[in-house]
Design a protein around this ligand. Sequence first.
Ligand code: RP5
Length: 193
Amino acid sequence: MNGGESRQAAQQLLKSRTFTPGQREMAQRKAAPQIGLVMGSESDWDVMKHAAMQLDGFGVAYEARVLSAHRMPDEMFEYAEDAGPRGLRAIIAGAGGAAHLPGMLAAKTTVPILGVPVPSKYLRGEDSLLSIVQMPAGVPVATFAIGEAGAANAALFVVALLAATDPAMARKLVAFRQKQTTAARAMRVPPES
Ligand code: RP5
């Protein structure tokens, strides 16, 4: 069964069965990913899993896969071309070094691309950052911080995009921010304790 067929099967299952809320969320996630989470290598996962964790926390349906721009160019273009027709709302793309994956995806789709610079061995990700952020005018890639913070924030940015048309998601995002505010207000440093 290919990806399209398995999604169709999951959608059929969704229509034909009664679910508990948890089961429905799980089935919806399998049925229709809203977000693509792609990266140039499995070695990027340690960073990119921070995006996955945020998407999981907000119950956003996503698919995660390796898509190497220079080792899998044909698959990369196919993925970008199919992204819109498949209903992906955004693609978070992480890459390290000469990080052309986000820009090349952006070249082949108008689905918003969010680039995450992955730390590299010799230049600590400064190469990745400059490769991703310096897109010539006309084909944008929204670029985030190097590493885990960038991955997490790319996912949170996706949540904010979805929240614009999804009130339940908007409420979750407000609660998430409020939790951080509460935690910050409770912070104490040695002179006060
Ligand atoms: C890039 O090269 C990947 O995004 C990764 O950050 C980097 C190293 O890849 P591996 O040699 O670990 O596969 O394409």
